[in-house]
Design a protein around this ligand. Structure first.
Ligand code: NAP
Length: 621
């Protein structure tokens, strides 16, 4: 046995020392700057009387239809596998392959894994093992370290375990570097590192009916048995590339934003970036500060809302340091906000408990019909988007560039973004917006990108082309009771889960924040808390009942899938555009994200009180 694996003399459990990351020692940076120019931190007033009338609806439809079918992505395989290398760590720590058993095996050491460990440990479940692909904790925040990275949900509600660690974020929207450090803080404080196998990727998870165990195999040669498997490996984890003719020919340097190569000095270079989603919007203003020439290849503009970044005040620090539970209380208030913009821009008076509501409520003299309510939502989304478009005109000087930067789709249909420096960046003489709408970049050669016969020679090409949504790339590696994989089940029956957490035929397997996994909040952290609390309840219930195995019945699963589909269809007009949220316009309703809001809590509470959806079996030994 080497030092990377040892036995705890007190508990008999295996403890690990496999953390390999250089962490933030070499790579530090900042997220959003504090911008004081009021012109940049406020949206222009909404145009009087603007409604989402037939003409505007036709404009939105045309914007969508010309892009239909343009999205074409590929996995990082073959020549492109190198883009997946862990550029942030030392090589993996050598260790023996494990052939043993633990009670709970969790895949992923991001927010989900870290929070689960704190809660499981507190509830007395200590025989827990984590497998993590990266060299340290952090998940999303381990992999994504591009310049400008920050959270878009206010950090006081977004960072987990602030009360328990006594940490107060430095900014309202903390940088990704600060968030990564907080992940390390959580891991250190609660002894997570002893339980985690870093640089360990799960390659097969197979249910063994005879022993009532999952057999988990990894790329390090491990073959471990576990009573429970929890997938906490994220919903936007696997990076993807746009499939572009000739991309393998490019002779310059290239990388994907989720493996930012800080060994390449970008100063003074000709740099191209493909994609203008949430990542690119944060990275572009920072890139523009160092590169020689910047070419931004944009197929569809993001909506760029105000950020209004600020530092945490001295008063807040004083109050919070004396108020136990301040973060949980604030997160609870945040979770009550069900409108995307109100949630992400988060009103401080309400969140700090000074005012009872986050907005003034309109009182209607009668209950609106569902159609009237939908029209109201579409009108208010349209007015807000008019403000977002007016902001582009107010800031960007070149009218052609400004026209290309204006998005025509409902607010929140594509991931809304927030920045007070992004639009002004396009006024800089060395920053060039290359409008590749509506079909995108379609050719790359040895020297750079070619579009409509024009060559853009580049030293460095950066792919800001996103991640697989709601596919963790592990669903096809999990084989349940029937011998089918999870992917095969969902391909034949449609996505079928109960609460997004269980799926029939895959006993003792739990999926955190996966497809159909509601929780009713825009704050991803809130959903993780809801899922972690549910799993603790489930494991305690099983202990109390002396049950070894839990599966779910067919009817509740079917009913839940139907509910997910209906909720998706009912709210679809608010998301009528081409977006990864709806599988680039191709997803079956209800198969990906959850749109039922608080109904998830109702399903959960009913199940917890009646236990009717569950089939409990066996003796735990
Ligand atoms: P993304 O939103 O999926 O963006 C991919 C971009 O690539 C899109 O702009 C897409 O254009 C473009 N694209 C694809 N193929 C192209 C082609 N051939 N030519 C030109 N453009 C092409 O990915 P992302 O920006 O990495 O963001 C992913 C998600 O990560 C976000 O939505 C967010 O949830 C999360 N994220 C969060 C934060 C945060 O919290 N602060 C920051 C960054 C990311 P189309 O739009 O036309 O398809």
């Amino acid at each position: 046995m080497n030092a990377a694996v040892r036995i705890d003399p007190e508990t008999g459990l295996r403890l690990f020392n496999t953390r390999a990351a250089k962490a933030s020692e070499k790579i530090a940076g900042k997220g959003y700057s504090v911008v004081t120019d009021q012109k940049l931190t406020e949206l222009p007033k909404p145009p009087a009387g603007a409604t989402f009338n037939a003409e505007e609806q036709a404009k939105y439809r045309a914007f969508k239809e010309v892009r239909r079918g343009a999205a074409d992505y590929m996995a990082m395989e073959g020549d492109f596998r190198k883009y997946l290398d862990d550029v942030y760590s030392e090589p993996p720590i050598p260790r023996e392959a494990l052939d043993d058993e633990c009670e709970i095996l969790v895949v992923g050491a991001g927010f989900g894994g870290l929070l689960l460990w704190q809660k499981l440990n507190e509830a007395g479940f200590t025989d827990v093992r984590f497998c993590e692909k990266g060299g340290d904790v952090g998940g999303t925040w381990y992999w994504n370290r591009y310049p400008g990275i920050a959270c878009d949900v206010e950090s006081y509600s977004y960072l987990p375990l602030l009360d328990e660690t006594g940490y107060i974020p430095s900014m309202k929207f903390a940088s990704g570097f600060e968030i990564l450090e907080h992940c390390q803080r959580m891991a250190q404080k609660f002894g997570f590192y002893d339980h985690c196998l870093f640089h360990t990727t799960v390659e097969a998870t197979t249910w063994d009916e005879a022993s009532g165990r999952w057999i988990v195999e990894t790329d390090r040669g491990d073959k471990m048995r576990a009573r429970f498997v929890i997938l906490a490996n994220g919903i936007l984890t696997t990076p993807k590339l746009a499939r572009i003719a000739g991309m393998e020919k490019f002779k310059g340097e290239s990388f994907h934003t989720s493996r930012w190569n800080y060994d390449i000095d970008l100063s003074g270079k000709r740099v191209g970036i493909i994609g203008t989603g949430a990542t690119a919007v944060q990275a572009i203003p920072e890139l523009a500060k160092v590169v020689g020439e910047l070419y931004v290849f944009q197929r569809t503009p993001s909506s760029i809302d105000v950020r209004a970044q600020r530092e945490t005040t001295t008063e807040e620090r004083e109050i919070w340091s004396k108020e136990p539970g301040w973060a949980a209380a604030r997160r609870g208030r945040f979770a009550r906000i069900s409108e995307v913009r109100a949630a992400v821009l988060a009103n401080d008076d309400y969140l700090s408990g000074k005012s009872p509501d986050f907005k003034e409520r309109k009182i209607y003299d009668r209950k609106l019909t569902p159609e009237e309510f939908m029209q109201k939502q579409l009108d208010s989304s349209f007015r807000l988007m008019e403000q977002v478009r007016a902001r582009v005109d107010a800031i960007v000087k070149n009218p052609k560039t400004a026209a290309a930067l204006k998005p025509y789709y409902p607010y929140g249909c594509k991931r809304p973004t927030f920045h007070d420096e992004y639009l002004p960046t396009f006024n800089l003489p060395h920053v060039h917006l290359v409008d590749v709408a509506p079909r995108g970049v379609s050719e790359i050669n040895e020297r750079g990108v070619v579009h409509e016969g024009v060559e853009y020679p580049l030293d460095v090409l950066i792919y800001a082309t996103g991640f697989q949504w709601m596919g963790t790339s592990s669903f096809n590696l999990i084989r349940g009771r029937s011998g089918r994989t999870l992917t095969e089940k969902w391909e034949t029956e449609g996505t079928r889960t109960f609460l997004g957490l269980h799926t029939r035929g895959f006993p003792n397997l739990f999926i955190v924040t996966g497809p159909q996994g509601g929780g009713g909040s825009f704050n991803f952290t809130d959903v993780i808390y809801a899922h972690a609390d549910y799993l603790i309840w489930m494991m305690q219930t099983m202990r109390e009942r002396g049950a070894a195995v839990v599966d779910v019945r067919k009817e509740p699963e079917d009913k839940y899938a139907e509910h997910c589909r209906d909720a998706d269809i009912a709210t679809a007009p608010l998301r009528d555009c081409i977006s990864y949220y709806n599988g680039e316009g191709k997803a079956t309703p209800g198969s990906l994200a959850y749109y039922g809001g608080r109904a998830w809590d109702r399903f959960r509470m009913e199940a917890q009180s009646s236990l009717e959806p569950y089939v409990f079996e066996g003796d735990p030994n």
